[in-house]
Design a protein. Structure first.
Length: 210
């Protein structure tokens, strides 16, 4: 932080126990300290990028989902463990893990059905991972391998598609469609819908019916 000029400060509390899930999965010793001196300036572009990814939800907390915030927090913990916790980079599996580290068809159906059955819910990564008997870090990698997207992006895509179906098949007001599909309000749906289809929900409905 440069205290001589205006600045933004982002503080995150990460307990040491947050690293236990990662080290247990990798069968590595617990992390009890970071190999980075306190008080010495250090620019970490990865942590900066992860913190900035939270800007939209910090600006609009009502739009935040547990899946997204859990995902970013887990990414932060994994990065810190690998970079400053004496883990080798090769110890931490990437998203392009070897064959076999996938969800089984039954596990995938169990998770996707749980999400689709209640699009308005705010399910956490821990809940979904528990359905498969997996750790959160394993589950996120396996889910992305199986579906091509991390859980929060997959859920958003399903919500947008459900909204599209409702806009086409019903005359329900857009604000009600938004709530029924798990969006916090109409503007939230409009941003997600416009990003996905390059057209607003209202314009798409008028175009389809016209």
């Amino acid at each position: 932080m440069d205290l001589s000029a205006p600045f933004d400060s982002f503080h995150v509390f990460i307990p040491w126990t947050a690293f236990d899930e990662i080290t247990a999965e990798l069968r590595r010793p617990r992390i009890d300290a970071m190999n980075r001196r306190i008080g010495v300036e250090h620019r970490d572009e990865t942590m900066l990028g992860l913190a900035r990814s939270l800007n939209p939800v910090l600006a609009r907390p009502e739009h935040a989902t547990a899946l997204f915030t859990d995902h970013v927090f887990l990414a932060m913990v994994t990065h810190l463990a690998a970079t400053y916790g004496d883990l080798r980079a090769s110890d931490v599996p990437s998203y392009s893990t070897r064959k076999g580290r996938l969800l089984s068809p039954m596990e995938e159906r169990r998770v996707t059905s749980r999400l689709l059955d209640d699009l308005t819910g705010d399910t956490s990564l821990a809940e979904l991972a528990a359905l498969c008997g997996r750790s959160r870090s394993y589950f996120v990698r396996a889910f992305k391998q199986s579906t091509g997207m991390p859980p929060h992006r997959w859920l958003l895509a399903q919500r947008v598609q459900r909204a599209k179906d409702m806009l086409r098949g019903t005359s329900i007001p857009i604000a009600e469609v938004a709530l029924a599909c798990g969006f916090s309000d109409q503007s939230h749906l409009t941003r997600a819908f416009s990003k996905a289809f390059r057209i607003s929900p209202g314009a798409w409905r008028r175009q389809w019916k016209g």
